[in-house]
Structure formats: C-alpha cells, structure tokens
Design a protein around this ligand. Structure first.
Ligand code: PMP
Length: 285
C-alpha cells in the first residue's frame, strides 16, 4: 500500500489523502489512469505509458494535469517517499471536482491528479511465473450493463456534452439498427401521428426508468393507446410529440430532435397532460 499519496499538489499520509465526493472520477468514472512498473527503483516503459496517458487525456478532451516533466518528478518523488524499489506507480487523473452535472465542467476547472506507489514481491511473481497461471474465458461485456445504474457514465457524459455543444439538453442514444435506446439520462418516448405512446421495452439495453414505470401506470389508468416497442430516429422525427422521463424532470416535452421541429415545436398535449398528472400517481412518502 502507498503510505504517502500525491493529491493535487501535496504529498499526504494515506489516511489524509482524499478527493471530494463531487469528483468526476467518483461520480461518472470520468477519468483516466496509468500504471507503470517500478523495477530496481526505475520506471519501466515510462515513455510509452506517458504517451498512452496523453492519448487517453486527448481522446476524452481532458486537460493535462501538469507538464510531462513535472509528472515525471511527482511519480519519482512518490516512489521515493514510499520507498518502492520494486512495485508499481499509479497515476490517476479525473476531470476534476464540480457540482454534479453531466456535461464537462467549465474550462479551467483543475483536473484531479492522484499518484500512489506500492511495492510488490518480485520473488512471488517469479514463483508464479515458474508455475504459470490459469485463465478463464468470459464474454467481453465492457461496458454493456446499462440496465445497471452504475457510475460508469462516461459515454453518457460525452453524449451530454455533445448535446450541450449543439444547443440541446439531452442526447438520445441510437442502436446499430437506427433505433433509439434511451436518453443519456432519461427514458425516450414518442407519440405517433395516430396518438399512440411508444417507448422501448425493458431489456439489457436501457435503464429501467422508475418514472417510465409510473408513466406506464398513468397511461393504463387513462386508457391511452400505448406500444412498448423500439422506434427509429426517422419515426421520432415524424412523431406528433416526443418527451423524456426521469426522476429529476418527471415528464419533459421534447420539441426538437437533431434540429428538426417535433409537432409545431411546442410541448405536446399528451406530454403536458402526463406532466400535470404525474405527481398524482407517483408515490410520495
Ligand atoms: N436512462 C438513463 C440512462 C438514466 O440515467 C435515467 C435517469 N436516472 C433514466 C433513464 C430515467 O430513470 P428514472 O426515471 O428512474 O430517473
């Protein structure tokens, strides 16, 4: 274990080393990391690891936390302070700390950087190498469990950021067949020209929205026409109404998709009525 950790400019004893609860690494997995081997007190393949770190930062459009030369010093100082001769050094960089909101924090928000180092036992690893190890195979499901409300929200963050940059509030995610799965942080709905409410069925590809389930109760109570099926982007463009549901905004009318007006670019009757009635059906405890 690292006894001393570098956190945002300071070397701290492990127990005092902390990042805030609003850190985007914690909230959204909105961060990157690198691990470099330490052997005989030297960094192994540092250049390549640092190049990959830079690549990861660039792809996520994150600021470099400090110049490469400074990071090289911090890594060495962390290794030294932990008296690591053989082991590993971790560098973790997140998009910093900010009141929880999906899009990127404002430019200039300092990234969070944590560097830790720990020793390992080369003799033990060598012994393992002599025996060899076993592996198993598992389906590669990284990260497909969107039905779990996990903090692995990086794709959602990127989609929301793009929405914001294009003057929209939400991004609807589209599957390989051109069908809308759900919003980056909401359930997607349309009302067809024939007045049928449509939302995607539950399954591995959407979060089972609580608001969705309550709206379904409302639909049943009011005897509205409803189809639980996937709908395409084209169908959404042509819909009479569209809306999203989520705990933070209950029923929110959508008036524009990809720059195209939905209905007459005003909240639809159905969405407005559902929004009005929502809290009458929802449980308040
Ligand atoms: N899908 C995703 C990906 C979400 O993040 C949310 C919001 N939590 C929803 C759907 C809507 O779920 P709920 O109605 O439970 O808030």
């Amino acid at each position: 274990m690292s006894r001393i950790a570098y956190v945002n400019g300071r070397y701290l004893p492990r127990g005092d080393a902390m990042v805030g609860i609003e850190d985007r690494g914690f909230q959204f997995a909105d961060g990157v990391y690198e691990v470099c081997e330490v052997r005989g007190g030297k960094l192994v393949d540092e250049r390549r690891h640092m190049a990959r770190l830079q690549r990861s930062l660039d792809l996520l459009r994150m600021d470099r936390p400090m110049p490469a030369s400074s990071l090289a010093i911090v890594m060495r100082e962390t290794i030294r302070r932990n008296r690591v001769t053989n082991g590993v050094v971790y560098v973790q960089v997140t998009r910093g700390e900010m009141r929880r909101d999906f899009p990127f924090p404002p430019a200039g928000t300092p990234p969070t950087v944590v560097v830790t180092a720990r020793s390992n036992d080369p003799a033990k690893i060598d012994a393992q190498a002599e025996a060899g190890i076993a592996v198993i195979t598992v389906p590669d499901e990284r990260w497909r469990h969107v039905d779990i409300k996990s903090v692995a929200l990086l794709p959602n963050v990127l989609a929301k950021q793009q929405a914001r940059e294009q003057g929209a509030r939400e991004a609807w995610l589209v599957d390989a067949q051109g069908r809308v799965t759900e919003g980056a942080s909401s359930t997607a709905w349309i009302v067809t020209r024939d007045g049928v409410l449509v939302t995607r069925p539950l399954g591995g590809d959407i979060l089972p929205g609580i608001t969705r389930s309550v709206v379904m109760d409302l639909i049943a109570e009011q005897g509205l026409r409803f189809e639980e099926r996937a709908f395409t982007v084209e169908e959404a463009y042509a819909a009479r109404e569209a809306f999203v549901t989520s705990a933070s905004q209950s029923v929110m009318p959508v008036v524009e998709i990809d720059g195209r007006p939905i209905g007459n670019r005003a909240p639809g009757m159905t969405a407005t009525a559902l929004r009005r009635d929502y809290h009458g059906t929802a449980e308040l405890t």
